[in-house]
Design a protein around this ligand. Structure first.
Ligand SMILES: C=CC1=C(C)c2cc3[nH]c(cc4nc(cc5[nH]c(cc1n2)c(C)c5CCC(=O)O)C(CCC(=O)O)=C4C)c(C)c3C=C
Ligand SMILES: [Fe+2]
Ligand SMILES: [Fe+2]
Length: 366
């Protein structure tokens, strides 16, 4: 029986080598309870990519104040969006990974697809270990953040590098940095708007709300602000919107420092006060619905707008499991998988055996 010949190192232990894709998202608490929130916020807010305050001072503030008060308040907010299957962010992210796998498979790319969370579960390290155990010798890291930023994209890279630093034989790694201007992504956002406007007509104003970051990170060179504006401009162009038809805002401010402006909720209040009757809000930077969209926008911001005299508030859901978004993710993955073998393992064995024979070699072990 000739041994199969793989053009791969021996560490796959006879398994056909595989290519893996790891979808990475932010993470979410395991339950909408104060204790689960303390664990989640403790890990999240200890990340120096997220809070860039010198460690000793920040440690005192985090443990002395924030982790004593915020877990209870945040748990109540999470409870208001929790589903029978769990946290919306976790449910959508798992679904996206399964759908991306099927879409790639249908396109003839036989790859392993998993998802991981930067904070909480399943961790990035556990999913990289799992991919390796399944024979992945090449792994594409695909963060679910269209716009690059230090607290999100770079922090995912940190977690992957930390795993690699304690792994003896690391797979080949590739990272998707950003896709804020990807045509498939813009098309998927445009399809959401078109769907909504087919039923309800266009609003007086479209608000495109992105998650905020401290303003100083912009001056330190973080491209997030520019990339958010570019996404907004491309979406507006794609929809034929004029400058006055839409506004870009930044939400979810944390702490007392100045963050990117204009802030979402105060802008909505101003719009209502200036006589704008109907707003539609879309959150293009979030690839799935989560606390920040379902509670902060669709509950809190809605209430603020209506309370200030606005008449109609429409929240346009995130891309979630929409076909256009899965197709966009597939396209982004395929661009970054170029040159990596993604055939089915049996075809890979046949191809390598053929290459071996053409090279004039007798099958190994013959
Ligand atoms: C403390 C600073 C924070 C920065 C900087 C920050 C950047 C940032 N966050 C997202 C996406 C999400 N953030 C979410 C929740 C969330 N964010 C912060 C703080 C910062 N985020 C906190 C403390 C929380 C937890 C909730 C709370 O207690 O308020 C989420 C939702 C997660 C969920 O479970 O649903 C997302 C998504 C981006 C894209 C970003 C920078 C660009
Ligand atoms: Fe956040
Ligand atoms: Fe928030």
């Amino acid at each position: 029986m000739p041994m199969p010949f793989y053009p791969e190192p021996a560490y796959t232990h006879g398994q056909a080598p595989r290519t893996g894709v790891l979808l990475c998202n932010l993470g979410t608490p395991d339950a909408p309870t104060p204790s689960a929130l303390r664990r989640y916020l403790g890990q999240f807010l200890s990340d120096q990519r997220v809070v860039e305050i010198p460690k000793p001072l920040w440690w005192l503030i985090l443990h002395g104040i924030i982790l004593r008060t915020r877990p209870r308040k945040s748990a109540a907010k999470y409870a208001s969006v929790w589903t029978p299957e769990g946290s919306p962010l976790a449910v959508w992210t798992a679904k996206q990974a399964a759908l991306l796998h099927d879409a790639l498979e249908d396109a003839g790319h036989h790859v392993l697809v998993r998802h991981a969370m930067r904070y909480g579960n399943p961790s990035i390290a556990s999913q990289l270990d799992a991919l390796k155990a399944e024979g992945a010798t090449r792994i594409l890291i695909l963060p679910l953040y269209p716009q690059y930023s230090g607290p999100t994209t770079a922090s995912v890279c940190d977690a992957v590098y930390a795993w690699a630093a304690r792994t003896r034989h690391i797979p080949e790694l590739r990272f998707v940095n950003h896709y804020h201007d990807d045509a498939g992504y813009i098309d998927a956002l445009a399809a959401s708007l078109k769907n909504h406007w087919k039923r309800h007509g266009p609003p007086d104003k479209l608000v495109m709300s992105f998650h905020g970051v401290p303003e100083r990170t912009l001056h330190l060179g973080d491209p997030y602000h520019c990339e958010s504006h570019k996404t907004a401009r491309l979406l507006a162009q794609r929809m034929g919107l004029q400058k006055d038809d839409y506004q870009v805002t930044f939400q979810s401010r944390f702490g007392k420092a100045k963050w990117l402006q204009p802030y979402t909720e105060p802008t909505l209040v101003q719009l209502a006060q200036s006589g704008v009757e109907r707003v539609d809000v879309i959150c293009p930077g979030f690839s799935s619905d989560c606390l920040e969209t379902l509670e902060e926008i669709n509950q809190e911001a809605r209430e603020a707008f209506l309370h200030a005299g606005g008449k109609e508030f429409h929240y346009i859901p995130c891309l979630n499991d929409s076909p256009g978004w899965i197709a966009a993710l597939q396209g982004i993955a395929q661009q970054h998988l170029l040159g990596w073998p993604t055939q089915a393992p049996d075809r890979m064995v046949q191809a390598s055996a053929k290459a071996h024979a053409l090279a004039g070699g007798a099958p190994e072990g013959a």
